[in-house]
Design a protein around this ligand. Structure first.
Ligand code: AMP
Ligand code: MG
Length: 330
């Protein structure tokens, strides 16, 4: 019955590299998932209320969580922020295009819906050739929060995005696997002093090499400045725990079907159904780039429990531990 079939058929997000089609869809106030070096984003025109509302609706993201504005040039940067502290300028010059987001006082032109009514705006120039090309073809910036339902694991491949939004999204611009693999590092300014709002794929040490020592902001859960700072976030559906002594935990849960996520350790036990060693050479960059894909994969295996290993608390290990600890909060 072809008629019935066509009635029940639902559209599927097409995964493609067609930038002109992405330009067309975004220009018509709809959304496209875009690749960045951090994670895939759900992108819409910051000046389209329709597009921005659709981002919040698809992600089921609360309106109090502001969005990051993605731009392609310093000229655009200047047109959306009203004050640029010297250290912000230094950071932008050093890290852009790249996984650094700056939160600065906004100009009136930036819509309140994008900034959740705040007088600041979060901005970055992403470093992905397809997305930079897309941004250059648009005469407006795009808001692009991670392309996952609120609280879930961020997508690092086009397939992850399609797995989340297949029926509700026309297109995923396919830029392959994200190189960095976790979200950007967010830096804000209070009384001209820089503060890390969210640790991400640039480590605190790297930031400090450019602008000297800075603090990490403590978050209050009910009024987070950055929702990445909510205590439960980036979470698999499978029960997940984060432990230092992985051997002891395997013993403790030996009656269960275990998925193992380790930094460099290789362990065997009959209860381990699947194990992922993120970096046999104990490389933090490599681990970070593979982290979310590993979590997506383990979460798809219908296991009883995922046991994740705590990383060394240095450099990018701190960012990885931040994501793992939020993924494992109940
Ligand atoms: P996501 O793209 O989903 O990883 O989230 C964007 C991040 O940027 C969130 O953690 C936001 O809270 C943060 N952000 C966006 N705008 C602001 C702002 N004006 N002040 C503080 N944080 C912001
Ligand atoms: Mg997110």
């Amino acid at each position: 019955m072809p008629l019935l079939c066509s009635l029940v058929e639902t559209s599927k997000a097409s995964i493609s590299k067609d930038i002109d089609r992405a330009v067309k869809i975004i220009s018509q106030e709809d959304l496209v998932a875009i690749p960045t070096e951090t994670v895939y984003g759900l992108a819409g025109n910051i000046f389209s209320e329709k597009a921005i509302r659709k981002i919040f609706a698809l992600k089921q993201r609360p309106f109090f969580n502001p969005l990051i504005v993605h731009i392609h040039s310093m000229a655009q940067f200047i047109s959306f922020v009203s004050e640029i502290p010297q250290k912000a300028e230094k950071l932008a010059e050093h890290f852009w295009p790249g996984p650094l987001t700056l939160v600065l006082k906004k100009k009136a032109i930036v819509p309140d819906l994008v900034t959740a009514g705040k007088d600041t705006v979060a901005v970055r120039i992403p470093n992905h050739p397809l997305t930079l090309e897309l941004l250059k073809k648009l005469d407006f910036p795009i808001a692009a929060p991670s392309a996952n339902p609120f609280g879930r694991i961020s997508p690092t491949s086009a397939e992850h995005v399609a797995g989340y939004f297949d029926q509700n999204l026309e297109m995923v611009l396919d830029g392959g696997e994200c190189q960095k693999g976790i979200e950007s590092t967010i830096i804000g300014f209070e009384n001209d002093e820089p503060i890390i709002y969210r640790l991400g794929s640039i480590s605190q040490d790297e930031i400090e090499k450019v602008i000297g020592p800075l603090k990490i902001k403590n978050k209050n859960e009910s009024a987070p400045d950055a929702p990445g700072m909510l205590s439960r976030h980036y979470a698999p559906k499978t029960k997940t725990i984060l432990v230092e002594d992985i051997q002891a935990s395997i013993q403790q849960f030996s009656d269960q079907r275990i998925g193992l996520l380790t930094f460099d350790q290789d362990l065997d036990h009959t209860s381990i159904q699947h194990k992922i060693i993120l970096s046999k050479n104990a490389d933090l960059d490599e681990s970070m780039s593979k982290l979310y894909a590993a979590m997506h994969h383990l979460d798809s295996l219908d296991l009883d429990i995922i046991i994740a290993q705590l990383f060394p608390d240095v450099g990018l290990g701190k960012s990885i531990n931040d994501r793992l600890s939020r993924a494992t909060k109940s």
